[in-house]
Design a protein around this ligand. Structure first.
Ligand SMILES: CC(C)(COP(=O)(O)OP(=O)(O)OC[C@H]1O[C@@H](n2cnc3c(N)ncnc32)[C@H](O)[C@@H]1OP(=O)(O)O)[C@@H](O)C(=O)NCCC(=O)NCCS
Length: 157
């Protein structure tokens, strides 16, 4: 059974070991997380206090991670989605994002959003296949150079 559970700081630290270059780090977490990753500044740089962090397990293996942040009354924002390198391309990214969207629904949100860098084909493909569309970023969200803002509806119209 593959299920997301709230992630501890030590699980988050494990997840960072999957990121081995500055470019991978930027594609995963944006410009706020410095590389090499520093465990002292990590909680602030990853917005851990103000986000819900989730770990995805495949059996006993920590296989994925993602965060949710409420943006206003209707929207939940997904961030820092990652599947461990050895678990990629097996459908776990789809399971992880699907379960994060379900959490958003349970929180009463009707839209989910995320940012994805334009060159990140794997992530873009995954999000598009789950119904995310590229939209104009709301003024309330911080600009992120070189990225697309995407949204999907959590309940049908
Ligand atoms: C993006 C990421 C989470 C996808 O996880 P994954 O477990 O490999 O994805 P899945 O196996 O669930 O694949 C989902 C879809 O994406 C497609 N996909 C996955 N990797 C792909 C790749 N490298 N190129 C093209 N398409 C790809 C799959 O074909 C699949 O579509 P399908 O079901 O129609 O075949 C993973 O590549 C990752 O962790 N990347 C590094 C971190 C990152 O960039 N995070 C995104 C931040 S916005």
């Amino acid at each position: 059974m593959k299920k997301i559970t709230p992630a501890s700081l030590s699980e988050i630290q494990q997840v960072t070991s999957w990121v081995t270059s500055e470019e991978d780090c930027r594609l995963w977490a944006g410009p706020k997380l410095a590389f090499p990753i520093n465990f002292k500044t990590l909680p602030v740089e990853m917005d851990i206090e103000d986000s819900d962090s989730y770990a995805l397990y495949d059996g006993d293996d920590l296989a994925g991670f993602g965060q949710l942040k409420r943006k206003g009354k209707e929207r939940v924002h997904l961030a820092r989605i990652i599947i461990s390198p050895e678990h990629r391309k097996k459908g776990l990214g789809r399971i992880l994002v699907g379960q994060l969207l379900e959490k958003g629904r349970q929180k009463g949100c009707i839209r989910a959003s995320l940012n994805v860098y334009k060159g990140n084909r794997a992530a873009h493909w995954l999000y598009a296949s789950l119904g995310f569309e590229i939209l104009e970023r709301p003024n309330s969200d911080q600009a992120l150079n070189g990225s697309h803002y995407m949204e999907c509806r959590l309940i049908s119209k």
